[in-house]
Design a binder for this molecule. Structure first.
Ligand SMILES: [Zn+2]
Length: 332
């Protein structure tokens, strides 16, 4: 079968390897669609998280973990699924391939998907689970203001999760007009392109500028600030635009650098800084319901669909933030 293997920085290749054997207590899935994840991009761009994000199959490191497909074979000791079941897999690795085996102790990461839900749409489930979790960490009320930095698939997923539950004012900051346009379609109240606008200054204009006790710098008026961009600047901006007291920063990105931050700002603003990574199984089911019920439109985020043989090109497309939000690789 064809599968996409990691060879090194900026080097993934579609290779031919044997179809995995069905585990005695697991299942074999004919993969229909697999998203390229932000984590996969850390592997691709920087050779980070390689072990966490690839599966060794036939001597190759097979990448991909956001996949959907049809169960084609069941191990003799497996239960809970049957051939023909349509499933979405989260956490399980080795998904950028024609077939993926899931071992018995990992079947809990398989979720049945309804017949009406296309495989390609369901493949966007996992990157909605993280945002659903981030949303529940500190649920913004209808009368609150949120600053959201980064409108990639995680940031936009956060906006979708928030909009499913809350009418809060959301100010979205990014450097791509294309993505900010999608953010407005999803329900951003205001958007700021930080390429040509000082985002912090603009947010203070919108939400009010406030003094902070014992501090030379001023505060914005945001109740919640979320960093989905993952760069030093946006994390610092998150801390700055929060209101003078009891704001909450949600840190929902992976940083490739160590970041000096103004810890006194955290102290004197009585700030909560919450790290958001991962999600609970019930949040996966919740995210799946949001998609299946049409309460979030995940297709708007799928900017490119490519066949498995072009997976390497898929990584290059995913790398270009001006053009792509989510690349999904499909098997015919
Ligand atoms: Zn992922």
């Amino acid at each position: 079968m064809k599968a996409c293997a990691f060879y090194g920085k900026r080097d993934v290749r579609v290779v031919d390897i044997p179809v995995p054997k069905v585990p005695s207590n697991g299942v074999l899935i004919h993969v229909k669609a697999c998203g390229i994840c932000g984590t996969d991009m850390h592997v691709y761009n920087s050779a980070l998280l390689v072990e966490a994000s690839t599966k060794k199959i036939g001597g190759h490191l097979i990448i991909g973990h956001e996949f959907t497909g049809e169960i084609v074979e069941i191990g003799p000791d497996a239960d809970g699924f049957k051939p023909g079941d349509r499933v979405c897999s989260v956490h399980n690795k080795g998904g950028l391939a024609e077939y993926a085996a899931v071992e018995g102790d990992r079947l809990e990461n398989l979720f049945s998907i309804p017949d009406h839900l296309p495989y390609k749409t369901a493949a966007t489930l996992e990157p909605l689970c993280n945002p659903v979790h981030s949303f529940h960490m500190r649920e913004p009320g209808d009368d609150e203001t949120v600053a959201l930095f980064g409108s990639g698939v995680i940031g936009l997923g956060y906006l979708q999760a928030l909009r499913a539950y809350s009418r809060a004012r959301v100010i979205v900051v990014d450097i791509s007009d294309f993505k900010l346009d999608v953010a407005r379609k999803i329900g951003a109240s205001e958007t700021i392109n930080a390429k040509n606008t000082d985002a912090v200054k603009k947010i203070k204009e919108i939400t009010g500028e406030h003094t902070v006790r014992y501090q030379p710098s001023t505060a914005g008026g945001c109740d919640v600030a979320v960093d989905c961009a993952g760069i030093p600047l946006t994390l610092r901006q998150c801390l700055e635009v929060l209101k003078p007291e009891n704001g909450t920063a949600i840190v929902a990105a992976i940083y490739e650098d160590e970041i000096p931050i103004d810890a006194n700002m955290v102290v004197f603003k009585y700030m909560s800084v919450l790290g958001s990574m991962g999600y609970y199984p019930e949040e996966t089911e919740e995210a799946l319901r949001l998609i299946a019920d049409g309460r979030v439109n995940r297709d708007i985020l799928v900017t490119h669909t490519l066949p498995l043989k072009d997976a390497a090109r898929g990584f290059e497309v995913q790398k270009d933030p001006e053009k792509s939000i989510k690349v999904v690789i499909v098997n015919e």
